[in-house]
Design a protein around this ligand. Structure first.
Ligand code: GLN
Length: 304
């Protein structure tokens, strides 16, 4: 299928679409992004690539990195990981503290902030040089050794990171954080600060569209079983308290970030990234969701 033509047609059909969303402002540096940026990129598992708009411009991937940190931690810890973090949708905002108290410091899933902070703690415990080892893993997945953290964004988030610090402290009080909370939270902010383009991100996620194996170089990144499970968690938890709506409208495993990116994978077919910085109230890209809804309808490629 000529996906470039599809992108063009969908974009044309959305010319009168008015996006009432707003760029994330609770991380001061993110507010500087031009709100009307728009990029799309799709990589097929058989090596075809299609881009549209600002697909070669770097943006802050934010929570999308939570899938990559989960991949690494799952490979290290195997199923013992699930003693410290669940796989259930939270039905609450990504940075909520409420449920964590009831659940005795065990986050509902690895994609809400609390869960990703536990994953960061696992990596701090198990990696020799967490910051270096993690970015090396992302570089390997992306086939691009220029991928990096953005210290400016990490520092900006840290300056306003009281809520994430509260989550980390609460979990520490329940015994679900092993390391020094400052070390864990700094690493978490670093993970969120990675910058990539739509094309780099789509390439990075191809292994999840191909049962754990990178189809370009043949590397088995994780087992097929783990890949299916990560996709299952994305399907149910990747868009936080809008995961149901996203499944209903788009019908693919996906992960969003407050930088305005959304990654989706269609196992056996493609990985795809949409970037549009205006967010809805749940912290997900407004136009990104709309575009993906049109895309899976047009191409009849929801997994259902
Ligand atoms: N760094 C952001 C935070 O911790 C990530 C949130 C997101 O992208 N949903 O709040």
């Amino acid at each position: 299928m000529d996906y470039s033509k599809v992108f063009y047609e969908i974009n044309k059909s959305l010319v009168s679409y008015v996006d009432h969303g707003a760029v994330a402002s609770y991380i001061p540096e993110l507010q500087k992004i031009s709100p009307d940026k728009f990029g799309v990129y799709l990589c097929t598992v058989d090596g075809k690539n299609f881009g549209f708009g600002d697909s070669n411009e770097k943006f802050s991937i934010q929570s999308i990195s939570k899938v990559l940190s989960l991949t690494m931690a799952f490979e290290i810890e195997q199923d013992t990981l699930w003693k410290r973090v669940g796989v259930e949708p939270s039905g609450n905002p990504f940075n909520s503290l409420v449920q964590l108290e009831y659940d005795a410091g065990i986050p509902r899933n690895p994609f809400i902030n609390a869960g990703a902070i536990v994953i960061a703690d696992v990596l701090v415990s198990k990696l020799e040089n967490p910051r270096e080892d993690f970015i090396e893993f992302v570089r390997q997945l992306s086939g691009n050794n220029q991928i990096d953290y953005c210290d400016r964004i990490a520092q900006s988030e840290k300056s306003k990171g009281h809520r994430n610090a509260a989550l980390c402290n609460l979990m520490k009080s329940f015994g679900n954080i092993d390391n020094n909370i400052h070390e864990v939270i700094d690493f978490y902010f670093d993970l969120c600060s990675i910058e990539m383009t739509c094309s780099e991100l789509a390439r990075t996620f191809l292994f999840l569209a191909n049962y754990g194996k990178d189809p370009i170089n043949g590397n088995q990144i994780i087992s097929s079983s783990k890949s299916k499970r990560i996709n299952a968690v994305m399907q149910l938890c990747g868009l936080y308290d809008e995961a149901g709506e996203f499944s209903f409208k788009v019908g693919l495993p996906g992960k969003s970030g407050v930088g305005g990116g959304i990654v989706v994978v269609h196992p056996g077919k493609y990985s795809m990234v949409v970037w549009s910085p205006r967010l809805n109230k749940k912290g997900n890209s407004n136009k990104g969701m709309r575009f993906l809804e049109e895309f899976t309808s047009y191409t009849e490629s929801s997994i259902f």
